[in-house]
Structures are given as C-alpha cells and as structure tokens.
Design a protein around this ligand. Structure first.
Ligand SMILES: C[S@@+](CC[C@H](N)C(=O)[O-])C[C@H]1O[C@@H](n2cnc3c(N)ncnc32)[C@H](O)[C@@H]1O
Length: 432
C-alpha cells in the first residue's frame, strides 16, 4: 500500500516530531504530509517506520523505532512488552509520569479550543493541570479490571495496537497485582475468546472466561464523607478501573453541585447507580432521583443497589431507575414539562451529543455535573450546552489511566446569568 507521495507501509522516515495530538501520538510532517507518530515525544528526532496510510493518503501513521534526538521526559519503559509492534495497551510507557500529565493537559487545551471555541486557561483563569487520582504512586498497578484476549491455543495476552493480533505477555505492569496474582497469564482458556479478571474493593478477585455461563456479581465500596457506599456490579459491567476514581469523581461532583434536601436530580448514563446513590443520600426522603441507564444488567444492579440504600436509610421512595436510552428518557421528561434541579451525566466515550445537550438544558437545572472520558466529546458537548445557555464553571482533569493517553474529566456548568430561555426546538443554534 502506498500514499500519494509514494510512501509505502514499512518505509523508514526520519522525522522532526511536533506537538502531541489526541490519541497517544504526536504530529510530524513528511514532505508536507501529516504523520501521526507513536512511541515518541514532542521535540524529538526519530527514525519511524510507516505502519498505515490513511484514507486517500491524507495522513500516515508511523512508529518511532529509533530515537535520534531524545526529548526531556523520555525514560526507559517499565514494561518490557511495550513498544513498537508489541502490546498496544499503553501509549506513554516511555514517558516520565509528570510529562505524561503535561501531554494530556496539552490535548485537553487543544480540544477545547478547537471544539468548544474556549481558551480554557483564560476562561478558568488558571492553568489546566492533570491531577493524579489520590492514592496513585507511580502510575503502575492501578488497573483493577483487565480483559485479556485469548489466542487459538488458549493462551491469554493483550492486543497489538490497531490490530486483532494477540501479544503473549508475562505481566501487565499497570494491572493491580491481584489481577496477575490469580495466575491468569499461566493458564489456558481453550475455547474462550477472552478472559476478564476483576479485583474489586470488597472480596476476592474473579476470573471470568468469555463467553461464559453466569457472570458473578462483585462488590465495590466507595468511601465518602457522609459514609461508605457499597454497590454490586456485574463482573462484566462498567465500573471505574482505577481504585481511587469512583470516590474522586463522586466527591468532586457533590462538592460542585452541593445537592440540597428535597431537590430533584437526574443521573444519566447511570451504570449501577453510583452517582444516583450519592445524590439520593443528599436530597433525602423529600427529594427525587431518577437514574437512566439502558444496559439491562446494569439497570438490575442499580435497582438492587438503590433498594439496599433505601432499606438502610429507611425511606428513599423518590429514587427510580429507568431502563431506557438517555435521549428518549430525557425527551419524555421534556415533553411532560418536567424541570429538575441537578443533572449528572457520565456518558460513554461518544459523549451525550447535540439533542441530549439541548434537552437537558431545557430542563433548566441549576447545575450540571458532567463526567467524561473523552476530552473531544466533552469539549463538543460544552459547546452545545453553551448554545443553550450553560457556561462551564469549573473543570478538573484526572490521570485515571496512567501510561495510556486516556484521562477522565469532571466539569460543572451553570446557567448563564440572565440567560434568556429559548423554547426547546425553537432554534437549533442560538449564538454562544
Ligand atoms: C461511563 S459509564 C458510567 C456509569 C456510571 N455513571 C458509573 O460511574 O459507574 C456509561 C454508562 O452509560 C450506559 N449507556 C451508554 N449509552 C447509553 C444510552 N444511550 N442511554 C443510556 N445509557 C447508556 C452504559 O451502559 C454505561 O453503563
């Protein structure tokens, strides 16, 4: 395969590496053509091998295989299975932890400028700093949930970058030691496509071959200022993988939203009800919390978790779990003329999108807490919410996935002061 310039996959290029981009790579140019280069750092000169030619030859992808001029922040990777052509799980093993966080902050700034039209530093009046999740020491040993792929011989491993190939590994240094301690990497899982290993905060680590029979329920404890929450989660269901993440995100959201007794709140993309449970305790028996989640297993887990909470607190009759897509559920509330005081949303990587942003703004909450794992989707949605009168009040960025390019953002938005309310659907894009 070759690009417009005659470059072919496998060619070696000498590149001057430019800025970091979203996705774990940096941007370089070869004869004017954009090259997304992995395993490098801004400011380096590298010899890179072309791994892919983008559609229509619009860009190239390449792996740095030799560093000709290193940049400050380069370290020897703690994982021997990382690097060009090896395990694709981590992007920044070759980068010192503080530098990883600086790269992530640069990506967040760039995405907000490009997709929300917002200069975050000017808007927030301070630099954007990517914070470690409290308790994280060295960016290793944090991953409490790992899905290993299983090859045709039954051996577990991890996938090569942008490939279905499975790389056999003897360890995964970002995995919680309990995950590796199960001996999963020394076992054979013939007939399985994958094996999930989950090290919950309560109870034993579980090993779940996929496909499988019944999936066990694990228990997760979240220590909060007003007492621990304990939630049941299907071992294959969604839960934050960093052990300090759930507590950090809930605490940040509660601090910013400051829920009051008797208020009405929505927890959208609720999973097993983490934010709904925390909100329910704050709004109390006079309040109302509606959790919306479309996965049937997560919805059942959320109903059980919120029923347990209700039993413990005597009366939380205003807590409800709706199994539906968020766009449909919110539209129904809008059509019924509903209003809410607070909204928390924690969508998947794709974000909430234009219609959901418009509809939640139409419910006129006094604050919106937005938890996001993709800075591009969050920036885009902050732009949509601005079109409907909501302004970013604050933002924190957490390094919930050290050694990878991933991060988690928690944002709070308030109604713009003196905002004129636009009837929902009256105009698609009032000016920001
Ligand atoms: C990032 S997880 C957040 C879960 C939960 N808030 C937590 O912190 O544990 C996103 C959740 O949204 C659910 N989801 C994805 N798309 C959805 C949609 N369109 N409507 C409702 N739920 C959705 C997924 O099943 C998943 O549980």
């Amino acid at each position: 395969m070759s690009g417009e310039e005659g470059v072919t996959v496998g060619d070696a290029l000498v590149l001057e590496v430019g800025p970091v981009a979203h996705g774990g790579h940096c941007v370089a140019r070869h004869e004017g053509q954009v090259v997304f280069v992995r395993h490098t750092l801004p400011g380096e000169q590298v010899r890179a091998v072309v791994t892919e030619i983008g559609p229509g030859g619009r860009f190239l992808r390449a792996d740095a295989v030799e560093v000709l001029v290193p940049a400050p922040g380069r370290v020897s990777p703690p994982c021997p299975w990382s690097g060009p052509g090896r395990c694709g799980g981590c992007d920044w093993q070759h980068v010192e932890l503080d530098t990883q966080r600086e790269l992530k902050a640069a990506v967040v700034l760039e995405q907000f400028t490009r997709l929300a039209g917002l200069d975050l530093v000017a808007h927030l009046g301070r630099p954007v700093v990517v914070e470690p999740v409290p308790g994280d020491q060295d960016g290793l040993g944090w991953r409490t949930r790992v899905e290993f792929a299983v090859d045709e011989t039954g051996r577990p491993g991890l996938r090569r970058h942008r490939s279905h190939d499975i790389v056999p590994v003897g360890d995964c240094v970002i995995a919680d030691r309990r995950v590796i301690g199960t001996g999963v990497l020394d076992r054979s899982f013939t007939g399985s496509a994958a094996v999930d290993v989950v090290a919950p905060s309560v109870g034993d680590t579980v090993v779940v071959p996929v496909p499988t029979g019944p999936v066990p329920l694990v228990r997760e404890r979240v220590p909060l200022a007003d007492g621990d929450l304990e939630l049941g989660v299907s071992a294959r269901g969604f839960w934050q993988v960093h052990p300090g993440a759930a507590r950090t995100f809930v605490t940040t959201v509660l601090d910013w939203l400051a829920p009051r007794p008797g208020e009405k709140a929505l927890d959208l993309y609720a999973g097993v009800g983490l934010f709904a449970a925390a909100l329910a305790r704050r709004v109390g028996p006079e309040g109302v919390v509606t959790a919306v989640e479309n996965d049937p297993v997560a919805t059942d887990n959320a109903r059980d978790n919120l029923a347990d909470l209700s039993d413990n607190l005597a009366d939380l009759s205003g807590v409800e779990v709706v199994r539906d897509r968020v766009d449909r559920a919110v539209r129904r509330i809008v059509r019924a003329g509903g209003a809410v005081d607070l909204i928390v949303l924690d969508p998947p990587r794709t974000g909430a999108g234009r219609q959901v942003c418009r509809d939640i703004a139409g419910l006129r909450p006094r604050a919106i807490g937005y938890v996001a794992c993709d800075p591009a989707a969050l920036a885009r949605d902050v732009g949509y919410l601005a079109e409907h009168g909501y302004v970013l009040r604050d933002l924190r960025v957490f390094d919930a996935f050290p050694m990878t390019h991933h991060l988690e953002l928690v944002a709070v938005l308030d109604p713009r002061p003196n905002d004129v309310q636009h009837p929902i659907g009256a105009s698609e894009s009032p000016s920001v």
